[in-house]
Design a binder for this molecule. Structure first.
Ligand code: SAM
Length: 416
């Protein structure tokens, strides 16, 4: 394929540079606005061949695994380390602005709440067997090839220091050649490690993995396909004043700082509400903070998460009551009449959003709503439903929970 000379005009939605070629957009990974490059172009995809002249927005990537060059480069964990932080922040904010605009929602979206490198406490690695050991890292973008990492610019320093340990444990767990996922949560009491694999462990494999975990002081718990193999001490996270032990497989926010930023926005908006309902409550990230001053009803579909919240609340004193309900909100959303006793509602659904639930909220008279979302597209769809139901959108704040990726959290606040 011949080399085509291109100038990069902007960053696309996935963080690739976008050039115009014969009137068509061409997306070239690892390029920045202003770059003059040569690329091998195939339809709308370009592969960088050479950087002829860097654009002014180009920055040095902090991680050696980022970028197209080198043995262990091409890590797909991050896609946007190669531009300056001002452009990066504006690009990320723009993802939220564009999603809202596509639903006809015009609002002055707040500046991005930034993230710090090294603050991701929850990371999901890809791992597989390699000889006597294991490779562990992230998939090369668009492939199933795992880039074996020696460091990571986004994960907490504790996670980075423990990469050799994670590789040793992955080598014990990877009893079949197929790749698996290794979720690592850096908790106050040690690592909570959750393997998800398309195979099972035999008894001897389990014993070997458990023996390796026993020797590692920093491991709190290991689970394999949802089953706890060893719990040396309960993994613990503080949500505000309350210490919770999330069960294996439960959702936890990926960064403590991002969680604090989201919770602060939610709490401020709920200030005047006496009773608040927290939908998609997980292990109670928002509920326990709300319970400092509001009677709170937490609703969640994953029973072990609600049980974890229940156990944590039983140890606490001085909080308002939190009632809990295990309920599938996709099949059985809370109906408008069930919402009539609340003055505030928080919802933080999975990526698919809360379309049916929002149709009921839209009919309700709850004066204050806080919508938390990791997917601007479904957030915009859900906000449209609420706005059409008479809610006024007061603010939207993007939060950089997933540094250097195209993923962004947002907190939207509404009133009726
Ligand atoms: C993005 S997480 C938010 C959890 C919590 N608010 C937090 O901040 O940690 C979404 C939560 O929705 C729950 N969930 C997913 N589908 C659900 C459904 N159909 N009904 C109820 N809960 C659901 C998940 O188990 C998860 O706890």
């Amino acid at each position: 394929m011949s080399a085509t000379e291109l100038t990069i005009n902007e960053l696309g939605g996935q963080g690739d540079g976008v050039a115009n070629h014969d009137g068509q957009p061409v997306f070239v990974p690892f390029t920045a606005p202003g770059d003059r490059i040569t690329a091998a172009v195939e339809a709308t995809r370009g592969t960088l061949i050479s950087l002829l002249a860097p654009g002014e927005t180009r920055a040095l990537p902090p991680c050696p695994h980022f970028g197209p060059d080198g043995d262990n480069a091409g890590c797909g964990g991050c896609s946007v380390q190669h531009v300056g932080m001002d452009l990066y922040a504006e690009w990320k904010r723009g993802l939220v602005v564009a999603a809202l605009k596509s639903r006809g929602i015009e609002i002055d979206v707040a500046p991005l709440v930034p993230a710090k490198p090294g603050d991701r406490r929850r990371v999901v690695f890809a791992a597989r067997r390699a000889g006597d050991g294991a490779v562990l890292g992230f998939n090369r973008a668009g492939t199933h090839e795992i880039v074996n990492i020696e460091t990571c610019a986004i994960a907490t320093p504790r996670i980075v220091s423990a990469l050799p340990l994670f590789k040793a444990l992955a080598a014990q767990a990877a009893v079949a050649p197929k790749p698996m996922q290794m979720g690592v949560l850096d908790t106050q009491s040690g690592f909570d490690i959750a393997f998800e694999a398309p195979f099972q462990l035999k008894e001897n494999d389990r014993l070997r993995l458990v023996a390796a975990a026993r020797k590692a002081a920093s491991v709190a718990r290991i689970s394999f396909n949802g089953e706890t193999l060893i719990e040396k001490q309960p993994p613990q996270l503080d949500f505000g004043r309350v210490t919770v032990t999330p069960p294996p497989g439960a959702f936890t926010q990926a960064s403590a700082d991002a969680e604090e930023a989201m919770a602060a926005l939610v709490m401020k908006h709920m200030k005047k509400a006496k009773r608040v309902v927290d939908l998609y409550a997980g292990c109670g990230t928002f509920s326990v903070r709300l319970a400092e001053s509001h009677i709170t009803h937490a609703v969640e579909g994953f029973a072990p998460a609600m049980n974890a919240l229940d156990r944590a609340m039983r140890r606490m004193q001085g909080l308002k009551p939190v009632t809990m309900e295990i309920r599938d909100l996709a099949r059985r959303p809370l109906m408008a009449f069930e919402l009539k006793n609340y003055q505030g509602l928080v919802f933080d659904p999975p990526r698919a959003g809360a379309e049916f639930q929002c149709r009921e909220i839209a009919k309700s008279t709850i004066p204050r709503i806080a919508a938390v979302s990791c997917n601007p597209a479904t957030l915009a769809r859900d906000l449209r439903i609420l706005i059409d139901g008479g809610y006024k959108l007061k603010s939207v704040t993007p939060i950089d929970q997933f540094l250097w990726t195209p993923h962004v959290e947002a907190v939207a606040l509404l009133e009726k």
